[in-house]
Design a protein around this ligand. Structure first.
Ligand code: ZN
Ligand code: ZN
Length: 183
């Protein structure tokens, strides 16, 4: 089993390899990165955001068409929303192994601060690992430093560490073993 990371062409270039490597080490799963070929559905011109659920539908259709059973994480540059939320950093649909992360609110510039690639990579890694964690069956975690904690703000995201807590680690190891056995 390995996780496909699809990097939208307009997402920040040059960061995909460090991000993929770091996600691999956080979760202990293999990852591969390639250019995205999933259709970007769900653009809302009024909100200037993409409906994350529509994007997940698009990934789901792509997986079915190409008979891909391993999880896919799509990284896009557009800001995401879902019904009931003004924005989301990312979203995952465990049942179909499809997840999406937006880089729109993960760079310092968005908040009027000086840009920093290390901060940017860290945040994409945390968000990406979080959504992939969901795809592998992990729920949210109350530990504020765990990657599976659900952050509502950038500060909460930054307070997290690039680790899964011992509780989530144990669950993840069980889920990974089950995943391998099902092949
Ligand atoms: Zn979550
Ligand atoms: Zn945890």
């Amino acid at each position: 089993m390995h996780v496909h990371i699809f990097w939208d062409t307009q997402s920040p270039a040059g960061l995909q390899m460090p991000v993929a490597r770091c996600i691999s080490s956080v979760l202990g799963v293999k990852t591969s990165v390639s250019e995205n070929h999933v259709r970007i559905a769900g653009m809302n011109m009024v909100r200037k955001q993409v409906d994350a659920q529509a994007l997940l539908d698009s990934i789901q259709a792509y997986k079915r068409r190409h008979e891909i059973t391993d999880p896919i994480l799509l990284v896009v540059h557009q800001d995401l929303f879902r019904e009931g939320n003004s924005f989301v950093f990312g979203l995952a649909r465990e049942s179909v192994g499809a997840g999406v992360v937006s880089t729109a609110r993960l760079n310092n510039e968005y908040y009027g601060r000086r840009g920093n690639d290390d901060d940017f990579i860290d945040r994409i890694v945390k968000e990406g690992s979080h959504e992939i964690g969901h795809l592998l069956g992990l729920p949210h975690c109350p530990d504020r430093e765990c990657v599976m904690f659900k952050p509502d703000t950038l500060d909460e995201l930054d307070r997290k560490k690039k680790v899964v807590c011992p509780f989530c680690r144990e669950l993840l190891d069980k889920r990974l073993a089950a995943f391998l056995e099902s092949r």
